[in-house]
Design a protein around this ligand. Structure first.
Ligand code: SAM
Ligand code: SF4
Length: 461
């Protein structure tokens, strides 16, 4: 079979990053190999996000750029996957007729047959149907030899929470947890291929196992993952505050591989807004959990998501959010301007906040958090951090890039003589703190912990 090349653009969250990898695994059956050159691709996949309107605009603007390419190269296949594909279905073909395949979020495993079908019939195919019982949630193998230290592993898909602003339950379906044995097998295969850190992903990992009756809840799963030999670090995301159990909090004190970082999206500091968002917890409940986490792991880094300008958000609600941000002192924040999404309940909520007010509130919150982030980063100056090397810095060649256990990016000079590899954990002294990263210096004579099989990394772009 002739070898072909696939170029994948991945937009949005970790679920999409994971799905893109799944697509690559499925495409090996048609002899496709990934390429980083758009021009050399036989197949282009745009894996999309529809969480906010802006993300959706990005998809159409990218597709617009492909129109000419398709005209010059008629055999080029263009596929749109992910949440916009699931949401738009046939409408997408009407708006972008040069697209050959619309691949819904439940159709990832059917990608090879859809390609064959589109090639044979010479017109677009759309698959936004449900997953079939015979199709696995994910295929854990074959895992190709990979040049990186860290990997995402999906432990559950979909979401049952129906926050009133969010499209995820509509485009990703109801919550389904994977069987623990399957997850553990995938992690073992990744570790064999050189991965030393895994991030367990799902829209609400705290609810893992509650519905499917695998007899294993999230803290228990973490305990099993912690026992995998040669795995060095465990992360997870995202955690819904309502489902943060005391057992999970205690796991931070008990499991040596679980990093001291939790992403715990609060969304708002106002009880009235939280209520209308259907988040299922109060400001007080959130703050008490932060306190518990810090009691168990005083060095824990806490990050969060906040939506500014939810319908009906009054000045006092926003001030409550600022207050909560001051009280918690987040290590960093993802801030979002509220965006109406198709079919979600909040679209119909009255008292929409004017764009200009949303803009002002966003700037205020951004300014407040930037100060916290920088101050938190500065407290690390002079400390020695265990940095997991993930590759070379994109901006400054010959500077290695890695992450601390708290997930902060550290850049530090390559020590010329000693070529270090992806997957090594090195002791690095933090010499300078910036808003988004830290600058470090290898600690002379410090013991290196060589791990994985990926040593001897070359300078990658
Ligand atoms: N499942 C995760 C949770 O509940 O924390 C979050 C998933 S969502 C992909 C990531 C973030 O996007 C949310 O935490 C929220 O802050 C933001 N978001 C979701 N819908 C939004 C909307 N309609 N407008 C603005 N931000 C939104
Ligand atoms: Fe969306 Fe809420 Fe589910 Fe997160 S928990 S994916 S915000 S519905």
């Amino acid at each position: 079979m002739k070898q072909k090349r696939v170029y994948i653009v991945t937009m949005g969250c970790q679920m999409n990053v994971y799905d893109s990898e799944q697509m690559l695994r499925h495409l090996t059956s048609l002899n496709y190999r990934p390429t980083s050159q758009l021009k050399s691709a036989d197949l282009i996949i745009v894996n999309t996000c529809s969480i906010r309107e802006k993300a959706e605009h990005k998809v159409y603007s990218f597709l617009g750029r492909l129109t000419r390419m398709k005209r010059l190269k008629p055999n080029l296949m263009i596929s749109v996957a992910g949440c916009v594909a699931q949401q738009e279905g046939y409408r997408l073909i009407k708006r972008a007729p040069h697209v050959d395949i619309v691949l819904g979020t439940f159709a990832v495993g059917r990608l090879p047959s859809l390609i064959t079908q589109a090639e044979a019939q010479g017109r677009p195919v759309v698959d936004i149907g449900p997953r079939r019982d015979s199709e696995p949630l994910c295929i854990p193998e074959p895992v190709p030899k990979i040049e990186r230290a860290t990997a995402f592993v999906t432990i559950m898909q979909g979401c049952d929470n129906f926050c009133t602003y969010c499209v995820v339950p509509y485009v990703r379906g109801r919550e389904v947890s994977r069987a623990p044995e399957e997850i553990l097998r995938e992690i073992r295969l990744l570790v064999e291929s050189g991965v030393v850190e895994v991030t367990l992903i799902g829209q609400n990992v705290n609810a893992y196992g509650k519905k499917n009756g695998h007899g294993c809840d999230f803290p228990t799963l973490l305990g099993h993952v912690n026992e995998i030999q040669s795995l060095r670090r465990i992360r997870f995301t995202t955690s819904h505050p309502r489902d943060l159990s005391d057992e999970l909090i205690e796991a931070f004190g008990r499991l040596d591989k679980l990093v001291p970082h939790i992403h715990l999206p609060v969304q708002s500091g106002s009880d009235s807004v939280l209520n209308r968002m259907n988040r299922g917890y109060s400001r007080d409940f959130y703050l008490k959990n932060v306190e518990k986490l810090r009691r168990v792991r005083p060095d824990i880094s806490i990050t969060s998501d906040i939506i500014v300008g939810f319908p009906g958000e009054k000045t006092v609600d926003f001030e409550n959010t600022l207050d909560l941000v001051r009280e918690v002192g987040f290590d960093s924040l993802f801030m979002f301007k509220y965006s109406d999404r198709p079919n979600v309940p909040a679209v119909k909520f009255s008292k929409k906040v004017p764009d200009v007010v949303i803009g002002d509130r966003f700037t205020t919150l951004f300014g407040l958090q930037s100060g916290f982030t920088l101050r938190k980063n500065k407290t690390l100056t002079g400390t020695i951090q265990e940095v997991l090397v993930d590759g070379y810095s994109k901006r400054t060649p010959y500077q290695l890039m890695g992450r601390t256990p708290c997930n902060r990016v550290v850049n530090f000079p390559d020590d010329g003589e000693r070529v270090t590899g992806v997957g090594q954990i090195l002791s690095v002294e933090i010499v300078k703190a910036f808003s988004h990263s830290l600058l470090g210096q290898r600690v002379a004579g410090a013991e290196e912990e060589g791990v994985g099989e990926n040593g001897g990394m070359s300078h990658a772009a």
